[in-house]
Design a protein. Sequence first.
Length: 255
Amino acid sequence: MKERLRTLAIAFCVLLLFVAAGFSYALWRVRQTVPDYSGHVVLMGLGANVNVVRDEHGVPHIFASNATDAARALGYVHASERMFQMEMQRRAGQGRLSEVLGKDMLGVDQFTRTWGLYHLAESSFSALSPDAQKTLNAYADGVNAWIETHGDKLPPEFLLLRFKPDVWKPADSVVWSKLMGLQLSKNYHLEMLRAKLAGKLSHEQMNLLFPMPSGGAPVTTVPKAMQKSQGGVIPQNFLFGEALRKQGETKENLC
Protein backbone atom coordinates (compact mmCIF):
# COMPACT_ATOMS: atom_id res chain seq x y z
CA MET A 1 0.00 0.00 0.00
CA LYS A 2 2.79 2.41 0.92
CA GLU A 3 4.61 1.61 -2.33
CA ARG A 4 1.47 2.35 -4.29
CA LEU A 5 0.96 5.69 -2.54
CA ARG A 6 4.60 6.55 -3.19
CA THR A 7 4.18 5.78 -6.89
CA LEU A 8 1.05 7.93 -7.06
CA ALA A 9 2.83 10.79 -5.30
CA ILE A 10 5.75 10.62 -7.74
CA ALA A 11 3.35 10.53 -10.71
CA PHE A 12 1.46 13.52 -9.32
CA CYS A 13 4.68 15.50 -8.87
CA VAL A 14 5.78 14.66 -12.41
CA LEU A 15 2.39 15.79 -13.70
CA LEU A 16 2.70 19.06 -11.81
CA LEU A 17 6.14 19.61 -13.29
CA PHE A 18 4.76 19.08 -16.82
CA VAL A 19 1.86 21.46 -16.13
CA ALA A 20 4.21 24.09 -14.67
CA ALA A 21 6.58 23.70 -17.60
CA GLY A 22 3.73 24.03 -20.09
CA PHE A 23 2.36 27.09 -18.32
CA SER A 24 5.81 28.69 -18.18
CA TYR A 25 6.35 28.05 -21.88
CA ALA A 26 2.93 29.51 -22.78
CA LEU A 27 3.62 32.58 -20.64
CA TRP A 28 7.05 33.01 -22.24
CA ARG A 29 5.53 32.75 -25.72
CA VAL A 30 2.90 35.35 -24.91
CA ARG A 31 5.48 37.75 -23.48
CA GLN A 32 7.55 37.34 -26.63
CA THR A 33 4.66 38.74 -28.66
CA VAL A 34 4.21 41.90 -26.57
CA PRO A 35 5.59 44.90 -28.51
CA ASP A 36 8.48 46.87 -27.06
CA TYR A 37 7.58 50.42 -26.18
CA SER A 38 11.13 51.70 -25.84
CA GLY A 39 14.42 51.16 -27.61
CA HIS A 40 15.85 51.43 -31.10
CA VAL A 41 14.90 49.65 -34.32
CA VAL A 42 16.64 49.75 -37.68
CA LEU A 43 14.00 50.07 -40.40
CA MET A 44 15.41 49.92 -43.90
CA GLY A 45 14.29 52.47 -46.47
CA LEU A 46 13.91 55.50 -44.22
CA GLY A 47 15.30 58.83 -45.35
CA ALA A 48 15.84 60.08 -41.79
CA ASN A 49 15.23 59.12 -38.18
CA VAL A 50 11.63 58.76 -37.00
CA ASN A 51 10.41 59.09 -33.40
CA VAL A 52 7.38 57.17 -32.15
CA VAL A 53 6.17 58.48 -28.79
CA ARG A 54 3.28 57.02 -26.80
CA ASP A 55 1.21 59.27 -24.57
CA GLU A 56 -0.31 58.35 -21.20
CA HIS A 57 -3.11 56.49 -22.99
CA GLY A 58 -0.69 54.35 -24.99
CA VAL A 59 -1.56 56.12 -28.25
CA PRO A 60 1.48 56.24 -30.57
CA HIS A 61 2.47 59.59 -32.08
CA ILE A 62 4.81 59.43 -35.07
CA PHE A 63 7.20 62.28 -35.82
CA ALA A 64 8.92 62.06 -39.20
CA SER A 65 10.52 64.47 -41.64
CA ASN A 66 8.26 63.34 -44.50
CA ALA A 67 5.02 61.44 -45.13
CA THR A 68 6.73 58.42 -46.67
CA ASP A 69 8.90 57.80 -43.61
CA ALA A 70 5.87 58.28 -41.37
CA ALA A 71 3.89 55.72 -43.37
CA ARG A 72 6.73 53.19 -43.21
CA ALA A 73 7.00 53.61 -39.42
CA LEU A 74 3.21 53.45 -39.09
CA GLY A 75 3.16 50.10 -40.89
CA TYR A 76 5.76 48.73 -38.50
CA VAL A 77 3.91 50.02 -35.44
CA HIS A 78 0.55 48.72 -36.65
CA ALA A 79 1.99 45.27 -37.33
CA SER A 80 3.69 45.13 -33.92
CA GLU A 81 0.38 45.70 -32.13
CA ARG A 82 -2.37 44.48 -34.46
CA MET A 83 -0.95 41.89 -36.85
CA PHE A 84 -3.59 39.24 -36.22
CA GLN A 85 -6.43 41.75 -36.59
CA MET A 86 -4.84 43.02 -39.79
CA GLU A 87 -4.50 39.47 -41.10
CA MET A 88 -8.14 38.65 -40.38
CA GLN A 89 -9.35 41.86 -42.01
CA ARG A 90 -7.21 41.20 -45.05
CA ARG A 91 -8.50 37.64 -45.37
CA ALA A 92 -12.06 38.88 -44.93
CA GLY A 93 -11.55 41.25 -47.85
CA GLN A 94 -9.88 38.55 -49.95
CA GLY A 95 -12.47 35.89 -49.16
CA ARG A 96 -9.88 33.61 -47.53
CA LEU A 97 -11.09 33.26 -43.94
CA SER A 98 -12.05 29.60 -44.39
CA GLU A 99 -8.42 28.71 -45.14
CA VAL A 100 -7.55 29.23 -41.48
CA LEU A 101 -10.91 29.24 -39.65
CA GLY A 102 -12.56 26.29 -41.34
CA LYS A 103 -15.66 25.56 -43.42
CA ASP A 104 -17.91 27.67 -41.20
CA MET A 105 -16.46 30.73 -42.96
CA LEU A 106 -17.17 29.48 -46.48
CA GLY A 107 -20.39 31.50 -46.68
CA VAL A 108 -18.56 34.68 -45.70
CA ASP A 109 -15.81 34.01 -48.25
CA GLN A 110 -18.34 33.35 -51.00
CA PHE A 111 -20.18 36.57 -50.18
CA THR A 112 -16.96 38.61 -50.25
CA ARG A 113 -15.75 37.04 -53.50
CA THR A 114 -19.11 37.57 -55.13
CA TRP A 115 -18.82 41.28 -54.44
CA GLY A 116 -15.21 41.19 -55.67
CA LEU A 117 -13.95 43.46 -52.91
CA TYR A 118 -10.29 42.57 -53.29
CA HIS A 119 -10.40 43.00 -57.07
CA LEU A 120 -11.93 46.43 -56.48
CA ALA A 121 -9.14 47.22 -54.01
CA GLU A 122 -6.48 46.32 -56.58
CA SER A 123 -8.23 48.46 -59.20
CA SER A 124 -8.52 51.37 -56.76
CA PHE A 125 -4.82 51.19 -55.94
CA SER A 126 -3.92 51.28 -59.63
CA ALA A 127 -6.07 54.40 -60.06
CA LEU A 128 -4.47 56.29 -57.17
CA SER A 129 -1.99 59.11 -57.65
CA PRO A 130 1.74 58.29 -57.61
CA ASP A 131 2.09 59.97 -54.21
CA ALA A 132 -0.73 57.91 -52.71
CA GLN A 133 0.75 54.71 -54.15
CA LYS A 134 4.14 55.64 -52.74
CA THR A 135 2.62 56.10 -49.28
CA LEU A 136 0.79 52.77 -49.38
CA ASN A 137 3.91 51.00 -50.62
CA ALA A 138 5.92 52.50 -47.76
CA TYR A 139 3.27 51.38 -45.26
CA ALA A 140 3.39 47.84 -46.69
CA ASP A 141 7.19 47.88 -46.42
CA GLY A 142 6.88 48.74 -42.73
CA VAL A 143 4.44 45.91 -42.11
CA ASN A 144 6.65 43.43 -43.97
CA ALA A 145 9.72 44.59 -42.06
CA TRP A 146 7.99 43.61 -38.82
CA ILE A 147 6.81 40.26 -40.25
CA GLU A 148 10.32 39.40 -41.46
CA THR A 149 11.91 40.12 -38.09
CA HIS A 150 9.20 38.55 -35.91
CA GLY A 151 8.49 35.25 -37.62
CA ASP A 152 9.16 33.42 -34.35
CA LYS A 153 7.41 36.03 -32.18
CA LEU A 154 3.99 36.18 -33.78
CA PRO A 155 0.86 36.74 -31.67
CA PRO A 156 -0.46 33.55 -30.00
CA GLU A 157 -3.44 33.42 -32.37
CA PHE A 158 -1.09 32.50 -35.22
CA LEU A 159 0.43 29.74 -33.09
CA LEU A 160 -2.99 28.34 -32.19
CA LEU A 161 -4.21 28.37 -35.80
CA ARG A 162 -0.81 27.15 -37.06
CA PHE A 163 -0.19 29.62 -39.87
CA LYS A 164 1.93 32.70 -40.57
CA PRO A 165 0.92 35.95 -42.28
CA ASP A 166 1.68 36.40 -45.95
CA VAL A 167 3.59 39.36 -47.36
CA TRP A 168 1.55 42.53 -46.97
CA LYS A 169 0.55 44.24 -50.23
CA PRO A 170 -0.77 47.77 -50.81
CA ALA A 171 -4.14 46.37 -51.89
CA ASP A 172 -4.40 44.70 -48.48
CA SER A 173 -4.61 48.18 -46.96
CA VAL A 174 -7.07 49.47 -49.57
CA VAL A 175 -9.46 46.55 -49.07
CA TRP A 176 -10.01 47.76 -45.50
CA SER A 177 -11.83 50.79 -46.92
CA LYS A 178 -13.97 48.48 -49.07
CA LEU A 179 -14.94 46.46 -46.01
CA MET A 180 -15.68 49.63 -44.06
CA GLY A 181 -17.81 50.93 -46.91
CA LEU A 182 -19.77 47.69 -46.92
CA GLN A 183 -20.26 47.76 -43.16
CA LEU A 184 -21.28 51.43 -43.11
CA SER A 185 -23.85 50.87 -45.88
CA LYS A 186 -26.07 48.75 -43.62
CA ASN A 187 -27.97 51.86 -42.54
CA TYR A 188 -29.04 52.76 -46.07
CA HIS A 189 -32.73 52.55 -45.06
CA LEU A 190 -32.15 55.26 -42.45
CA GLU A 191 -30.20 57.37 -44.94
CA MET A 192 -33.08 57.17 -47.45
CA LEU A 193 -35.57 58.12 -44.74
CA ARG A 194 -33.39 61.06 -43.69
CA ALA A 195 -33.19 62.29 -47.28
CA LYS A 196 -36.97 62.17 -47.65
CA LEU A 197 -37.56 63.96 -44.34
CA ALA A 198 -35.02 66.66 -45.21
CA GLY A 199 -37.30 67.77 -48.05
CA LYS A 200 -40.32 68.11 -45.75
CA LEU A 201 -39.02 69.25 -42.35
CA SER A 202 -37.29 72.42 -41.22
CA HIS A 203 -33.64 72.60 -40.24
CA GLU A 204 -34.55 72.75 -36.54
CA GLN A 205 -36.79 69.71 -36.82
CA MET A 206 -34.07 67.75 -38.60
CA ASN A 207 -31.58 68.61 -35.87
CA LEU A 208 -34.06 67.37 -33.29
CA LEU A 209 -34.49 64.02 -35.04
CA PHE A 210 -30.87 63.68 -36.17
CA PRO A 211 -28.74 65.70 -33.72
CA MET A 212 -25.20 66.56 -34.70
CA PRO A 213 -22.26 65.77 -32.36
CA SER A 214 -21.92 68.35 -29.60
CA GLY A 215 -18.73 70.17 -28.66
CA GLY A 216 -16.27 68.76 -26.18
CA ALA A 217 -15.80 65.44 -27.96
CA PRO A 218 -12.47 63.72 -27.08
CA VAL A 219 -9.54 64.52 -29.36
CA THR A 220 -5.99 63.25 -29.73
CA THR A 221 -3.60 65.56 -27.91
CA VAL A 222 0.11 66.22 -28.11
CA PRO A 223 1.97 63.81 -25.77
CA LYS A 224 3.24 65.42 -22.59
CA ALA A 225 6.71 64.14 -23.45
CA MET A 226 6.78 66.33 -26.56
CA GLN A 227 5.71 69.37 -24.55
CA LYS A 228 9.05 69.30 -22.75
CA SER A 229 12.13 71.05 -24.02
CA GLN A 230 13.56 69.59 -27.20
CA GLY A 231 16.85 69.03 -25.43
CA GLY A 232 15.29 66.57 -22.97
CA VAL A 233 15.13 62.82 -23.33
CA ILE A 234 11.85 61.54 -24.74
CA PRO A 235 10.65 58.47 -22.79
CA GLN A 236 8.98 55.43 -24.33
CA ASN A 237 10.06 56.15 -27.85
CA PHE A 238 11.28 54.18 -30.81
CA LEU A 239 13.98 55.65 -32.99
CA PHE A 240 13.88 54.22 -36.50
CA GLY A 241 16.55 54.75 -39.12
CA GLU A 242 19.44 53.38 -41.07
CA ALA A 243 21.37 56.38 -39.76
CA LEU A 244 21.70 54.57 -36.43
CA ARG A 245 24.33 52.27 -37.88
CA LYS A 246 26.29 55.23 -39.16
CA GLN A 247 26.17 56.82 -35.72
CA GLY A 248 27.97 53.86 -34.17
CA GLU A 249 25.03 52.16 -32.44
CA THR A 250 25.88 48.61 -31.37
CA LYS A 251 23.63 45.63 -31.96
CA GLU A 252 22.81 45.51 -28.25
CA ASN A 253 21.27 48.96 -28.50
CA LEU A 254 19.00 47.97 -31.36
CA CYS A 255 15.65 46.35 -30.64
